[in-house]
Write a protein that binds this ligand. Structure first.
Ligand SMILES: [Ca+2]
Ligand SMILES: [Ca+2]
Length: 160
């Protein structure tokens, strides 16, 4: 490994560890090893997921209370003129009722800050995951219209 390559790798790792990476292009904010973008609009889960993938990422995957609070605050801060504070996340339970998984990775969802009384699977048709403006989660009908949060992981973007 050449000195230049080593220098680039070491400085990349240092930048990564110190959190000084700036998110590329349209991505608005970062936490840990991910960048995020708010999507404002009346989007079904499938429309929101497709939009996130078209810009190189996926719907947000939340794995900790820290990330959940950060993204709740981020979404509320970027909220546009719609009255409802509802944001799509990447989770689904469409294959087997109440077995929630992240669509991007296929991994089961472990951290689940559900709204009290949720997931309700109302009408037996609520199979897509969303975040409320209070930080709690709800299962929504997938063709419900919500805003969304997209996520781009540094490993996806090949920035390291
Ligand atoms: Ca369900
Ligand atoms: Ca529900």
């Amino acid at each position: 490994m050449g000195l230049l390559t080593t220098t680039v790798i070491v400085s990349s790792i240092l930048a990564f560890c110190s959190g000084s990476f700036s998110c590329p292009g349209i991505w608005q904010t970062s936490l840990g090893s991910s960048c995020y973008k708010f999507l404002g609009g009346n989007l079904t889960w499938a429309e929101a997921s497709l939009h996130c993938r078209e810009i190189g990422g996926h719907l947000a995957i939340i794995t900790s209370a820290e990330e959940n609070k950060y993204l709740k605050d981020f979404a509320v801060r970027h909220h546009v003129s719609y009255p409802l504070y509802r944001y799509w996340l990447d989770g689904k339970d469409d294959e087997s009722e109440n077995h929630w998984y992240w669509d991007w990775t296929g991994e089961p969802i472990k951290y689940t800050p559900w709204q009290p009384g949720e997931p309700s699977n109302s009408g037996q048709v609520e199979h897509c995951l969303g975040l409320y403006g209070n930080g709690n989660w709800n299962d929504f009908k997938c063709d419900f219209k919500n805003h969304a949060i997209c996520e781009l992981e540094y490993v996806d973007a090949n920035l390291l």
